[in-house]
Ligand binder design. Structure first.
Ligand SMILES: NC(=O)C1=CN([C@@H]2O[C@H](COP(=O)(O)OP(=O)(O)OC[C@H]3O[C@@H](n4cnc5c(N)ncnc54)[C@H](OP(=O)(O)O)[C@@H]3O)[C@@H](O)[C@H]2O)C=CC1
Ligand SMILES: O=C1OC[C@@H](O)[C@H](O)[C@H]1O
Length: 369
């Protein structure tokens, strides 16, 4: 992995630098709910780079922290509570990067207050909550609701999805999606807090499971096996390795298997994220699918392992997946158009949560409550 570091550093420097466009007329006015660690990368930088949205207000539990954040990112208003953001006339849309266990409460409140919602993944804690939230969102069809599966909006992901779907290299018979990372989070991180709907399948596994569902274009029928490595809490997984059964591409054929490996570990050989689709004749791999703005490739190999095709789509210089996601969110608010291929529908959000529940139940850890 070390050889990736210079390229990564160059990319990050370009992301944080570069010219900022003028702000568009009538930009979407976003309220930021909390000064979360992910907010700069997922919202503040893309907002500055795109110019079609502005952050008008931020609130944090500690006002001082919100003030510091606002000063750094040039946000004109600091509110004392998340409620004030949701109820403010200054705000058209909210970005919710709270711990998983608080997503349902605040997304629901925001929709009921008439705000568009960009909600961090995983959408909520379990499928029942997802169904309830989807019901509320569908009753407000004038509002845009999007679960933040940012990776799907990158041009490289779209090309990969279309390449697989085209059947040019045969129809998918199985898939392996992998998203593992070094075990850098402290024990008290929100990711390991059961009361906040933590667990690494919720945090990282959700991408890998989403990728399998998205690429195969159908839903898992059962979870064949799910093996967690445990954190200190008996229901919290540090990583998960599981196999999901999907319907065959053609009726009468054998079911398809999706292998999912995700979470934190100390095995560097697993740290390159990928989605690998195997057909009868080829393997089509999308490397670095989550960090597609940094380093990635789409590679096709034949049965002998020989490379027969490769392509790269870095997209606009300095843009990350989050830029494309914000573009799509703003476009949906402004025009009602929901990006083909990449958009995460309400139905998709509900089915994603059902798949997460299925894995947790099969693992013996139980779905998040
Ligand atoms: N799209 C992506 O690439 C990523 C998405 N995420 C997702 O974003 C969400 C937040 O992750 P991350 O930014 O890493 O988390 P952080 O711990 O940095 O931020 C969570 C924020 O939640 C607020 N908060 C409110 N109540 C609590 C509570 N009881 N305990 C802890 N925090 C609380 C805090 O806000 P305050 O400022 O008000 O104190 C804090 O800033 C998660 O759902 C995660 O899955 C995370 C990383 C990457
Ligand atoms: O993109 C991501 O990578 C690291 C994770 O912990 C994070 O929550 C996730 O969204």
């Amino acid at each position: 992995m070390a050889f990736l570091l210079p390229a990564f550093a160059r990319r990050v420097l370009k992301i944080s630098g570069g010219k900022k466009p003028p702000i568009a007329e009538n930009p979407v006015r976003i309220g930021l709910i909390s000064a979360a660690a992910i907010a700069p990368m997922a919202l503040c930088v893309p907002v500055q780079q795109l110019g079609t949205a502005i952050i008008v207000a931020v609130a944090a539990r500690d006002r001082k922290r919100a003030e510091q954040f606002a000063k750094h990112w040039d946000i004109p208003n600091v509110f004392d509570t998340y409620d004030e953001i949701i109820n403010s006339d200054l705000v058209d849309a909210v970005y919710i990067p709270l711990p998983n266990g608080l997503h349902f409460e605040w997304a629901k409140k925001a929709l009921l207050a008439g705000k568009h919602v960009l909600l961090e993944k995983p959408s909520v804690s379990n499928a029942e909550q997802a169904e309830e939230l989807a019901r509320i969102a569908s009753e407000r069809s004038d509002l845009v609701f999007l679960e933040a599966f940012h990776y799907r909006f990158h041009p490289a992901a779209v090309v990969f999805h279309e390449l697989v779907k085209s059947g040019r290299y045969g129809m998918p018979l199985s898939i392996h999606s992998n998203l593992c990372a070094p075990n850098v989070f402290s024990d008290n991180n929100i990711r390991f807090d059961y009361s906040l709907a933590g667990g690494m399948t919720m945090d990282m596994g959700t991408y890998a499971i989403n990728a399998a569902r998205w690429v195969l274009g159908c839903e898992p029928t059962c979870c064949i096996s799910a093996v967690p490595t445990l954190h200190k809490h008996p229901q919290i997984d540090r990583s998960m390795s599981c196999e999901l059964e999907f319907p065959p591409a053609v009726e009468g054929q054998a079911p398809r298997i999706a292998k999912i490996t995700a979470g934190c570990n100390w095995s560097p050989s697993t740290w390159l994220p990928f989605i690998a689709v195997t057909t009868g004749t080829h393997t089509i791999t999308f490397n670095c699918f989550v960090a597609a703005g940094i380093w990635h490739s789409i590679r096709v190999t034949d049965k002998s392992g020989k490379l027969v095709h490769s392509e790269k789509h870095y997209g606009t210089e300095g843009y990350m997946t989050y830029n494309y996601q914000l573009q799509a969110f703003v476009r949906a608010i402004k025009t009602g158009e929901k990006t083909a291929t990449s958009w995460v529908s309400l139905d998709d959000t509900v089915k994603q949560m059902r798949a997460l529940d299925m894995v947790y139940e099969a693992s013996g850890l139980g779905k998040r409550s």
